[in-house]
Design a protein around this ligand. Structure first.
Ligand SMILES: C[C@H](O)[C@H](O)[C@H]1CNC2=NC(N)=NC(=O)C2=N1
Length: 97
C-alpha cells in the first residue's frame, strides 16, 4: 500500500495540478476536476479509456457524467487521502482529455 504524499512533495505537486484545473475538495483529502467535452460521445469515449487505465493501474476514480460533462474526484481509499497513485492518475487522465 503506498503512503500518503509527504508534505514537501505534496505542496509542489498539488500546486502544479491546481494550475492544471484540479482543486482540493473541501473537507476531504481528495482532488477534483470538471472535464467538458464536445458532446456525450466524446465524454463517454474518454471515460471508457480512463476506465481501462484505472483497471490497469488498479486505481479507480469517483466520477459522474451528465451529457458532455464529467466530474472526477481522486483519492486513495486505502490510505484515507491523497497518494502518489492519485497524482499519476490525474496526470494520465489530463493527457487523455
Ligand atoms: C483490491 C483493490 O486493489 C483495491 O480495492 C483498490 C482498487 N481501486 C482503488 N481505487 C482507489 N481510488 N482507492 C483505493 O483504495 C483502491 N483500492
Amino acid at each position: 500500500m503506498p503512503a500518503k504524499l509527504d508534505p514537501d512533495t505534496r505542496e509542489t505537486t498539488l500546486a502544479t495540478l491546481q494550475d492544471g484545473g484540479w482543486s482540493v475538495v473541501e473537507g476531504r483529502d481528495a482532488l477534483h476536476k470538471t472535464f467538458k467535452f464536445k458532446d456525450f460521445s466524446e465524454a463517454f469515449g474518454w471515460m471508457t479509456r480512463v476506465a481501462l487505465l484505472a483497471e490497469k493501474m488498479d486505481h479507480h476514480p469517483e466520477w459522474s457524467n451528465v451529457y458532455k460533462t464529467v466530474e472526477v474526484t481522486l483519492t486513495s481509499h486505502d490510505v484515507g487521502g491523497l497518494s502518489e497513485r492519485d497524482v499519476k492518475m490525474a496526470q494520465a487522465i489530463d493527457e487523455m482529455a
